[in-house]
Design a protein around this ligand. Structure first.
Ligand code: ADP
Ligand code: MG
Length: 250
C-alpha cells in the first residue's frame, strides 16, 4: 500500500529527509517515531504531495506520487489518502455531522458545493463514522461545543468518511492528556482495522508507539534508524533515536 525508496527533501541547505525507505502493507498501523525536527511532518506531506520530494520513488495507495505532476493525479491521490492533523482543522461553527460530511468530498472546492452535496447515503455513512469514534450522540451539536479530544475524533471521523485507502496522521494526540490520547488512538486503530485502512501515524511518545503500532519506524535527522515490531525495539535504539534531545517523553 505504501512503498518509499530513497526519498530526499531539502529546504535550502537543510537536508530534512535523507534517503528514506518505508513500506506498509494494506491495513497496517505504522508509527513513525522521532524527536521534534526529525522530518516526520515533512515525510507525510511528501506522501500526499502537500510538499514535493526532491528525489526518490514513492508509491502510495497504488499511485506513483512523484509522477503525479498533473492536477487530476494529485486530486486522485488526495481522494485515496486522508489526513488527520495535530490541530483538528474542523470548522467550529458547523455541526459535528456537517464537519464529517466534508470528508466525502476529498478535496473541497467551495463551501457552497459542500453544502449542496449532502445526500441521504452520505449522511448514513457520516453517522457510521461518528459511531466508530463514539460521537453519534453529538452529531447535531455545534463542533465548538466539544472538548479537544472529541474534536480530534471528529477529525478522524471526517477522514474515515472519505473512505480512503490510507490515513496519514500527524501527531494526532500531541495536545491531549494521556487518557484522552489513548482513547483517540484506540478509536483510530480500531476503525482503520475494521475498514482495512492503512495508517501512517507520526508520534513522538514512545509509550503510545509501543501500545498502538503494528510496526515502529524510528526517524532521526531525516534518516530511518530502525524499523521494528514493538516488542523487538531495544532501549539502545530508543536512546540513539533521541540522542542530543531532551529525552523521550512518555
Ligand atoms: P517533525 O515533524 O519531525 O518535527 P518537520 O518535518 O516538521 O519535523 O521538520 C523537519 C525540519 O524541516 C526542521 O528543521 C524544519 O525547520 C524544516 N522545515 C519543515 N518545513 C519547512 C518549510 N516549509 N520550509 C523550511 N524548512 C522547513
Ligand atoms: Mg511534525
Amino acid at each position: 500500500m505504501i512503498r518509499l525508496r530513497g526519498v530526499t527533501k531539502r529546504f535550502g541547505d537543510n537536508a530534512v529527509l535523507r534517503g528514506v525507505d518505508l513500506d506498509a502493507k494494506p491495513g497496517e498501523f505504522l508509527v513513525v517515531l522521532g524527536p521534534s525536527g526529525a522530518g516526520k511532518s515533512t515525510l507525510l506531506r511528501c506522501m500526499n504531495r502537500l510538499a514535493q520530494a526532491d528525489e526518490g520513488a514513492m508509491t502510495v495507495a497504488g499511485l506513483d506520487v512523484a509522477a503525479g505532476r498533473r492536477a487530476a493525479q494529485v486530486r486522485e491521490l488526495r481522494r485515496r489518502v486522508a489526513m488527520v492533523f495535530q490541530h483538528h482543522h474542523v470548522v467550529p461553527r458547523l455541526s459535528v455531522v456537517k464537519n464529517v460530511l466534508t470528508g466525502r468530498l476529498g478535496a473541497v472546492s467551495t463551501w457552497s458545493s459542500v453544502l449542496q452535496l449532502f445526500r441521504a447515503a452520505d449522511l448514513e455513512l457520516a453517522m457510521d463514522c461518528l459511531e466508530r469514534v463514539g460521537l453519534a450522540h453529538k452529531a447535531r451539536d455545534r463542533t465548538d461545543s466539544l472538548s479537544g479530544g472529541q474534536m480530534q475524533r471528529v477529525g478522524i471521523a471526517r477522514a474515515l468518511a472519505q473512505r480512503p485507502q490510507v490515513i496519514l496522521a500527524d501527531e494526532p494526540v500531541a495536545s491531549l492528556d494521556p487518557h484522552t490520547a489513548r482513547r483517540v488512538l484506540g478509536d483510530l486503530r480500531q476503525a482503520c482495522r475494521a475498514l482495512g485502512i492503512t495508517v501512517v501515524c507520526n508520534l513522538h511518545q514512545v509509550d503510545y508507539a509501543r501500545e498502538f503500532g503494528d510496526r515502529i519506524v524510528g526517524l532521526s535527522q531525516g534518516r530511518v534508524l530502525f524499523d521494528r515490531l514493538p516488542d523487538a525495539l531495544s532501549e539502545d535504539e530508543l536512546n540513539a533515536l533521541y540522542a542530543g534531545h531532551a529525552g523521550h517523553a512518555g
